[in-house]
Design a binder for this molecule. Structure first.
Ligand SMILES: *[C@@H]1O[C@H](CO)[C@@H](O)[C@H](O)[C@H]1NC(C)=O
Ligand SMILES: *[C@@H]1O[C@H](CO)[C@@H](O)[C@H](O)[C@H]1NC(C)=O
Ligand SMILES: *[C@@H]1O[C@H](CO)[C@@H](O)[C@H](O)[C@H]1NC(C)=O
Ligand SMILES: *[C@@H]1O[C@H](CO)[C@@H](O)[C@H](O)[C@H]1NC(C)=O
Ligand SMILES: *[C@@H]1O[C@H](CO)[C@@H](O)[C@H](O)[C@H]1NC(C)=O
Length: 388
């Protein structure tokens, strides 16, 4: 799958961190969102031109590290403001942000973004770990000087605050460009519970009408649906002006606008087998496990004897029990509850059944890896932690 969101995550060496104590803790705005432009001058804020969300400086959220600007050569007129500056943490092994005034036991989406931009003039791309509280979230392997990379976790927060910690693993100085927190309804992403979180691998709007990602306010949770366009020109776009009339489940709340576009194979006798993902192991999860969510809706009123019916397989095994027919303007997620594991690559195929007169269709996809959030702080008061 050709998508910018394939660029993130990777691995490193394990480290038992020294611990920053919690002092200041920043709080959400009136929407319940926390939107931080890390490294912005203290006490400043601005409204993001696309989402109209207000981004604030990080001085209320961490007392570690130092503000730095990216190198002028990476500043373009089109640059997103969030990526012009970073906060870097050269001195300590473990440095944390504290996001406060949360609802204990609630579900949150937390996203961290990174654009190196040679802010330190060293031209050396760092690799470091990210923790959510005392649990390992991911390894950040910054792979380009100029592109933003992101990682996102959906997790239940046990306390009225959560810490996001950057951990130096001996492969360069940790830094961060942006940090977002979005509250989710407790019904969303049922695979997430008190001991299990989901880390985003990719989230795509298939057959998009625009090149821009769909995000807030089209997605009230500010998930970014990255366009998955037509790298091989093997697909036809199908779209409708009509909003979805119904959703099959309350579990994912995919925005209607994402569902209103889709791809089918251009050659009607061809199957849809261009979606795949490659497993991304790291030092904590050498054998990662995956949750996949495929979203389907019929966008055309089918005439007379027309039938669209297909099998959904992953690595050749039937993934959805029996042939599947998307319903007109009815957004339906097909997903696994128990994670997929054990392969280095996962190939999704939609195969028209012999009685189908129309090729398969697909509107959107999300893939997540599973992390454990079962570790608890031994004593949150003094900030001592158990490590994996
Ligand atoms: C980081 O990514 C680069 C390029 O993809 C890769 O060669 C390297 O092994 C990765 N490093 C770690 C520690 O994962
Ligand atoms: C970063 O750039 C801004 C705007 O040009 C400037 O006001 C600020 O002082 C710079 N910050 C640092 C840490 O150099
Ligand atoms: C969370 O879900 C996993 C996988 O279904 C399960 O093994 C675990 O027991 C659940 N944890 C809680 C606290 O329900
Ligand atoms: C469509 O696919 C079928 C089966 O793969 C192939 O035989 C046929 O030549 C293709 N048609 C076009 C126009 O490419
Ligand atoms: C679709 O799956 C069914 C089993 O549910 C199987 O009998 C059929 O052969 C499959 N069709 C294709 C085209 O793969």
């Amino acid at each position: 799958m050709a998508s910018p969101s394939w660029l993130f995550l990777i691995l490193a060496a394990t480290t038992v961190g020294s611990v920053m104590r919690v002092r200041g803790q920043g709080t959400p705005d009136s929407t319940g969102f926390i939107s931080i432009d890390c490294g912005l001058p203290e006490k400043s804020s601005y409204v993001d031109t696309i989402t109209k969300l207000t981004y604030v400086s990080d001085d209320g959220f961490t007392d570690a590290g130092a503000n730095r600007n990216i190198s002028a050569e990476y500043v373009k007129p089109s640059s997103t403001k969030r990526y012009l500056n970073v906060r870097s943490f050269p001195d300590v092994v473990r440095s944390c942000y504290t996001l406060g005034s949360l609802t204990p036991g609630s579900k949150y989406l937390i996203r961290a973004t990174f654009l190196y931009g040679n802010y330190d003039g060293l031209g050396r791309l760092p690799v470091f770990d990210l923790h959510i509280g005392v649990n390992f979230w991911t390894t950040v392997n910054v792979t380009t000087l100029h592109q933003a990379e992101l990682t996102e976790v959906i997790t239940i927060v046990q306390d009225d605050f959560v810490q996001v910690c950057l951990v130096n693993t001996g492969s360069g100085t940790p830094f961060i460009s942006g940090l977002d927190l979005r509250p989710l309804k407790s019904t969303l992403y049922p695979q997430v519970n008190a001991t299990q979180g989901l880390v985003l691998l990719t989230r795509n709007n298939i057959g998009p009408s625009e090149e821009a990602a769909i995000k807030y306010p089209d997605d009230p949770y500010d998930r970014a649906w990255i366009p998955w366009s037509n790298p091989t020109r093997d697909f036809s776009q199908v779209s409708t002006e009509k909003k979805m009339k119904s959703v099959a489940s309350v579990y994912f709340e995919v925005p209607s606008i994402v569902m209103q576009t889709a791809f089918t194979p251009r050659n009607a006798s061809k199957n849809f087998d261009d979606i795949y993902w490659v497993a991304v192991p790291n030092h904590v999860y050498p054998a990662p496990e995956y949750i996949c969510i495929l979203y389907f809706a019929e966008l055309q009123i089918l005439s007379g004897n027309a039938v669209r019916r297909f099998n959904i397989t992953i690595n050749g095994k039937l993934w959805y029990p029996g042939p599947y027919t998307p319903l007109y303007l009815h957004a339906n997620p097909v997903y696994n509850e128990r994670p997929l594991y054990g392969s280095s690559q996962y190939d999704v195929a939609l195969t028209a059944t012999s009685d189908s007169t129309l090729p398969p269709i697909i509107n959107a996809v999300e893939v997540f890896s599973v992390i454990s959030t079962a570790n608890v702080a031994t004593d949150p008061q003094d900030g001592m932690y158990i490590q994996n």
